[in-house]
Design a protein around this ligand. Structure first.
Ligand code: SAM
Length: 214
């Protein structure tokens, strides 16, 4: 999308049908938005949206909600969704993950995806990492008891940090690899924009899927 078009889209952000203007109104009743009781999967920090769009196309009986906090990034995903045409199982919110409990009730979500989350490498910023225990505790509240947290990153330090945080919360690791694309799980992997970029640069991708203990 060209800069001029991004600016125009930015100014008309609320015209996009798939952007939920008042997502707080759906807390505890997202099924009324989707008009069905299908499971809800969310991606936090969806960026340009490729992962979620591909997921939604492949899995019509799952409802997807994308979180993105920056409007300028969000408009790119909204444009892409618009190009896809009718997609009844996907919508987007402009929200900070920090406030995720404002949008979901307990046990409302079946899966949380974190893909290539910002690493916040400076030690003093560790609380901003989306896998810091305060965030993990919030995901725990909104996830169903059997719900899953799926995390992918190129960043080794962030991966190590995240595994430690999951361990602190006594989470059960169901799948873990330091090289997703050489693992059997690559078969059902959907690439994100960042994943494609890093893979082309020859980097390996770390992936973990975990469940909370009750
Ligand atoms: N998931 C995409 C991918 O893999 O291609 C984008 C990855 S990008 C490095 C991280 C994205 O997360 C950015 O678009 C950023 O704005 C968004 N983000 C970071 N912190 C966030 C937060 N607290 N709440 C919502 N979005 C956030």
């Amino acid at each position: 999308m060209r800069l001029r078009n991004v600016k125009r889209a930015f100014n008309r952000i609320n015209d996009y049908e798939k952007l939920i203007a008042n997502p707080m109104e759906y807390k505890g009743r997202w099924h009324t938005y989707f008009n069905n009781d299908n499971p809800i999967h969310i991606e936090i920090g969806m960026g340009r949206g490729r992962f979620l769009i591909d997921k939604a196309k492949k899995n019509p009986t799952i409802n997807y909600i994308g979180f993105e906090k920056f409007t300028v990034v969000l408009v790119k995903s909204l444009e892409k969704i618009k190009e896809e045409g009718q997609m009844d199982n996907l919508c987007v919110v402009r929200y900070d993950a920090q406030d995720i409990l404002e949008l979901f009730d307990e046990n409302e979500v079946a899966k949380v995806y974190l893909n290539f989350s910002d690493p916040w490498p400076k030690e003093r910023h560790y609380k901003r990492r989306l896998t810091y225990r305060d965030f993990l505790n919030k995901y725990k509240i909104i996830l169903k008891p059997e719900g899953l947290l799926c995390f992918k990153t190129d960043n080794e330090a962030l991966f190590d940090f995240s595994l430690e945080e999951m361990n602190t919360l006594d989470m059960h690791i169901l799948r873990e690899t330091r090289n997703l694309h050489a693992s059997p799980w690559v078969q059902d992997n959907i690439m994100t924009e960042y994943e494609e970029k890093f893979t082309k640069e020859g980097m390996t991708i770390n992936m973990v899927e975990a469940r909370y203990s009750s």
